[in-house]
Design a binder for this molecule. Sequence first.
Ligand code: CA
Length: 232
Amino acid sequence: MGENKTILVVEDEEDILALLHFNLLKVGYQVECASDGEEGLQKIKENQPDLLLLDLMLPGIGGLDICRQLRAKEQTAKLPIIMLTARGEEADVVKGLELGADDYMTKPFSIKILLARIQTVLRRNRDVDNFDQNEVIVFGELQIHLGRNIVKVSGDIVELTYTEFRVLVALAHRPGWVLTRYQIVNAVRGEDYAVTDRAVDVQIAGLRKKLGGCGAYIETVRGVGYRFRETL
Ligand code: CA
């Protein structure tokens, strides 16, 4: 599974660090560890990992600051980051995703699920925005014709509003990614469109209803946002 990839774990809780180190090594990853943010940043500078597992609550430089710093530098702008968070840190998760983290896991987490997420994130093409206008996105019975603004469920055209279509495309482009409401709004209208969280929820509710059985592809991630499921 490891395929010679290096994972850096930045985590101040020794037990969790040891657990991750052991399990990641076991499946064949190279593993580097750091127990605070400064050490983590130093290690990334010396030898850039393929993926970063980043605890958010760290002594000294916090996880969100690390995300911000990494995304601001060209060499690390696309370094895959999975945040490790405690329950109740949804507001920080939202911030982290908006700063460009790829995903998150809430502690305590299952190692099996974490390993699956790591593989998904390592597989991802971060240049998904350069898509082809003629592309048709297909998930089971759902077809999205990008250039033609047409959505079909089981071969039948579904009438969506322009905004609903854009919301669906934003989500379906990144299957498996959690998008915050703010990120969805940005994808739809660009930065200056002021819209409330509630408005995104209304769009999603409308979409789900119109998509019928395929509405289940849009999953609610409590306190954080929405995710397009890869399979039903
Ligand atoms: Ca911590």
